[in-house]
Design a protein. Structure first.
Length: 199
């Protein structure tokens, strides 16, 4: 029976060609019996993947359908967003997480790197940052998918809040003029004269 590998790029409008290119190369070279399910969002499939009968692809689907696909898969690979990582854990899958990088215009800043590093340290994700790493991790995962099955967990709101708070603190400390803080400054209106704002 084929090992089902789900890869999800989320809903960000930025393309993530780098990750799909890595998968395209891996598929062309692997002899493993695999079925690759790809939620590719704004990123077009490479030609090899688009014509490969082992690939089922869709751009965007309702969140509930994506979660059901995670549950039905043996291995889950996600872009490094907090929502994708948490969804995989809730579905009982240890996510293989590849952060998007600003220098490739895959995202506005490198917030996913800090988040995935933190989750990897806590053994709640497998951080992959290069094509050779992805190939090694995928080969191992297809060989033994049980190593990527974990007890389903729904982190409570306090835990999630603390984790994301730490993530924001990291961003502010590392890049005080960019990242989330700058984004918030551009989008949150300044308080009107005489109003009080909780910080």
């Amino acid at each position: 029976m084929a090992t089902t590998v789900l890869v999800t790029l989320g809903t960000d409008h930025h393309r993530f060609d780098r990750l799909l290119g890595w998968f395209d190369t891996w598929l062309a070279g692997t002899e493993a019996d695999v079925h690759l399910v790809v939620q590719h969002g704004s990123t077009p499939l490479p030609l090899g993947m688009a014509s490969d009968p082992r690939v089922t692809a869709f751009d965007l689907v309702p969140h509930d359908d994506l979660v059901a696909a995670m549950v039905a898969s043996d291995v889950v690979v996600v872009q490094g967003g907090p929502g994708s990582v948490m969804d995989a854990l809730e579905c009982g899958r240890l996510p293989i997480a590849v952060p998007r990088l600003a220098r490739y215009r895959e995202v506005v800043d490198d917030h996913q790197v800090a988040f995935v590093e933190r989750m990897s340290q806590e053994l709640m994700a497998v951080h992959v940052s290069s094509e050779p790493e992805l190939v090694d991790v995928l080969d191992a995962a297809v060989e033994d998918p049980s190593a990527y099955a974990v007890p389903p967990r729904r982190p409570d709101l306090t835990e999630v809040s603390e984790r994301l708070g730490d993530w924001v603190d990291l961003m502010v400390a590392e890049r005080p003029r960019r990242g989330l803080l700058a984004w918030l400054r551009r989008r949150v209106p300044a308080p009107r004269s005489g109003s009080r704002t909780a910080v």
